[in-house]
Design a protein around this ligand. Structure first.
Ligand code: UD1
Length: 412
């Protein structure tokens, strides 16, 4: 395990290039199982979760050639396999095997999928989508010799279930309509990749219509979209350190729900076509409710709570109402909060930040701790930093380039 050692209290200024989005890269990588041919993926971030996904694909026989941020994947000769349990448990996105492996091999073992453990993360909607297309459950196996198009209605918005529904519908026989689908930019990115590989998926008002190919797709081509969550995390570092940070390559519309809240807190924003600059200190308390896109992203609420520790405010998470475990790690930095479990919210009080030593609770909670460490005077340590490196490319280089005093060391 690694740790970040941070000498906080420095003003961060400058421009940081945003990398490819983890949450777009992972469904696209697992969707390679639906293809037979060579696919080309650009702007693929070399982060922990992507490495695990590539190791899982290798176990099915996907031949991978990686040069820098480019990947060529050859899926012509695959075999049905049981990927290593430790790999499947390492990332949440391994749940995309439910769609990918079932569509390719006609069967998949339902496993315990890993990833951040900040809330109960059920898969009932993934399974009912598969069943709507003709899959049958047999113990821990999900089987379907032939998948047939059907009607899928999601009562709740789920990125994961939408991804699996798309993977199954893309190669099923006949047409599928998906209602209540997630509209996150990473879902759109998956659809573009699948369409480049020969799928026929149309985004319509209120639904997704998929004309299944009835067979495997060909190879496809894509460049992974910039990571909106990474961009939001760096933007927060500016007001927290009294600096000015430009996130280059970010797409403002992907941060739709976040930018107005940042502005409401008093932070100055300059929004260009492909970059955003944040400066100035927060001045006003803010109430935030995390909700599906285009709302405030649940993946930015832990980091936003550090900003709220400067002005006060309230956070509610309608996607994962229990996603507040990170607050106990932040309390070590002096963040005062009151968790109100009955309504899935937390009040954050204006607090004086102090340096501390903590274990990164999970990916985004760890990023929140890192922001607190950057803002607090003195030396802090964020241990179990691998949790953060799962989702953020090269923070140990990007932060020092902005003037932070941050080093990544082996934990002793
Ligand atoms: C969620 C986020 C996604 C983010 C990811 C990682 C949303 C809509 N999704 O995606 O943007 O990248 O976390 O932090 O903001 N649910 C069920 N049954 C299911 C599947 C989900 O009840 O079968 C529930 C979940 O408990 C949750 C909600 O649906 O309350 C949304 O879950 P889902 O979108 O599937 O989560 P992720 O795909 O992990």
């Amino acid at each position: 395990m690694k740790k970040f050692v941070v000498e906080g209290g420095r003003r961060l200024c400058g421009s940081v290039k945003i990398s490819g989005a983890k949450n777009a890269a992972l469904p696209i990588l697992f969707s390679l199982l639906l293809t037979r041919g060579e696919s080309y993926v650009e702007n693929l971030p070399d982060i922990g979760d992507v490495r695990v996904a590539l190791a899982i694909l290798s176990s099915y026989g996907v031949k991978l050639r990686r040069t820098g941020e480019s990947l060529i994947a050859d899926t012509r000769d695959l075999t049905d396999a049981e990927p290593d349990e430790s790999l499947v448990r390492a990332i949440r996105a391994s749940s995309y095997l439910l769609g990918g492996a079932l569509a390719r091999f006609g069967r998949v073992t339902i496993r315990s999928y890993g990833g951040c453990n900040f809330a109960d993360r059920p898969i009932d909607m993934h399974l009912s989508a598969a069943e709507a297309l003709g899959a049958l459950r047999d113990g821990d196996q999900l089987c379907a010799q032939t998948l047939r198009g059907g009607r899928i209605v999601f009562e709740k918005i789920s990125v994961g279930a939408t991804v699996n529904a798309l993977l199954l519908a893309a190669t099923a026989q006949g047409m599928t309509e998906i209602y209540g689908a997630a509209k996150e930019p990473h879902v759109g990115a998956l659809i573009s990749f699948l369409n480049s590989a020969g799928a026929d998926i149309r985004e319509e008002e209120g639904s997704l219509t998929v004309h299944g190919t009835g067979g495997l797709l060909s190879g496809g081509r894509t460049a992974i979209i910039p990571d909106a969550i990474e961009a939001g995390t760096y933007l927060l570092a500016a007001p927290l350190t009294g600096g000015e940070i430009t996130v280059a390559g970010a797409i403002p519309s992907h941060l739709g729900g976040f930018l107005p809240k940042l502005r409401e807190s008093g932070v100055r924003l300059k929004i260009g076509e492909n970059e955003i600059t944040a400066s100035g200190l927060p001045t006003s308390s803010v109430c935030v409710t995390a909700s599906p896109h285009p709302g405030f992203p649940t993946d930015l609420q832990p980091q936003f709570s550090v900003l709220l520790s400067q002005v006060g405010g309230r956070i509610r998470d309608s996607v994962f109402p229990e996603r507040f475990g990170y607050l106990s790690a932040l309390s070590a930095f002096g963040v005062r909060s009151d968790l109100q479990k009955q309504n899935g919210s937390a009040v954050i009080y204006p607090s004086e930040l102090k340096n501390s030593i903590v274990y990164s609770p999970d990916l985004r909670g760890g990023a929140a701790c890192l922001l607190a460490a950057l803002a607090a005077e003195g030396e802090s340590e964020i241990r179990a930093a691998d949790n953060i490196l799962r989702g953020y490319l090269g923070m140990q280089e990007k932060l020092p380039a902005l003037g932070a005093c941050v080093a990544l060391r082996e934990e002793t």
